[in-house]
Design a protein around this ligand. Structure first.
Ligand SMILES: [Zn+2]
Length: 332
């Protein structure tokens, strides 16, 4: 259990020329992204250009009917794709983050550019200002929709050697393991080892530190057969039954020692990020989204271009279900 905020390491979202980090995502087709703000402004000045970009990302091999999987159709006067086989008329934006939006797409694109080009992360007030939105609420909702899109559907799980530990987020006093703590959220940190450095990470908010909760979160994020390194907390004892090789770093679970350096470091960075970017003002029931944003940024920290992050996020925004705002508010 990582319980103290020691060993804070100053970390920049450096987009260094380092392509050795494991790639999270493999996509079909050519990657097509703009390299600078100027190029971005030029390219996405019109709705038509934005639609064309989305079309290429969503249907890289041409139109594809979501109902009958046929690939022949035509565009109607109302800008709907008409399936030649089953007659379904579908919008390019149906089932994407942009579905039913009343705002122009180029504004959305600007929002995505802003979010991905911020070194640490974007907040709603900043986004509202940059886009000139009348309502803070709109900016807030957009940010949450985009955070939702940062989790790629069906993304691959961590593998190899993975360090796992829990940490508490929020609250002033340290929490006691296994008992929970008022005002605190328990987060499971999973960090894949990559030549003694941190490779990809996954973060999951868990209800408690029980065997069931931890086992379930690990199964969601780590491939079976991987080696999972933890401390001696008894709830990890069931990992071999779930198909993992379990390596216990030590027998006791004292607080504050750095025997799981990778997980410990990620916990420190995450807390620093939440504090620096959101001033710690993250509500417990929204933490899920911030963890996704952090994971997205962290796993692409060596990306060579911010335009590439933009490309990834637009791509993921076209590949997920739309998120009605009610779902965001009520998600726990
Ligand atoms: Zn069809």
């Amino acid at each position: 259990m990582i319980n103290c905020a020691s060993q804070m390491i100053i970390f920049e979202w450096g987009y260094a020329l380092d392509s050795s980090a494991p790639q999270d995502v493999v996509y079909r087709g050519m990657e097509d992204y703009t390299k600078s703000l100027l190029e971005f402004e030029d390219r996405f000045a019109t709705e038509k250009a934005c639609l064309e970009y989305i079309r290429k990302l969503r249907w890289p091999e041409g139109f594809y009917c979501p109902r009958c999987e046929n690939n022949k159709g035509w565009l109607t006067k109302r800008n709907l794709y008409h399936c030649e086989q089953c007659g379904l008329q579908t919008s390019l934006l149906a089932d994407t983050v942009f579905q039913d939006t009343k705002k122009p797409l180029h504004l959305w694109f600007r929002a995505i550019w802003h979010v991905t080009s911020q070194k640490y992360g974007a907040n709603a007030l900043g986004l509202q200002r940059v886009l000139g939105l009348g309502s803070y609420w709109t900016a807030w909702a957009w940010l949450h929709k985009l955070r939702h899109a940062m989790v790629r559907p069906g993304r691959d799980r961590l593998s190899g050697v993975v360090e796992v530990d829990e940490t508490y987020i929020g609250g002033k006093k340290p929490g006691k393991r296994g008992r929970g703590a008022a005002g605190k959220a328990l987060v499971l940190i999973m960090a894949q080892e990559d030549k003694n450095r941190i490779g990809r990470i996954r973060l999951r908010q868990v209800p408690d530190a029980s065997e069931d909760s931890l086992g379930f979160a690990i199964q969601e994020a780590v491939e079976s057969g991987s080696t999972v390194r933890t401390d001696g907390w008894s709830s990890y004892g069931g990992l071999p039954r779930l198909g993992y090789r379990h390596k216990v770093v030590r027998g006791t679970a004292d607080v504050g020692e750095n025997l799981l350096p990778l997980a410990h470091r990620v916990a420190g960075l995450l807390k620093r990020w939440l504090l620096g970017t959101y001033h710690g003002a993250v509500r417990d029931y929204h933490l899920y989204y911030y963890l996704d944003e952090y994971t997205f940024r962290f796993n692409r920290r060596t990306s060579r271009s911010r335009g590439k992050l933009f490309y990834r996020l637009v791509q993921q925004a076209t590949a997920i279900d739309p998120t009605p705002i009610k779902k965001i508010r009520h998600r726990t």
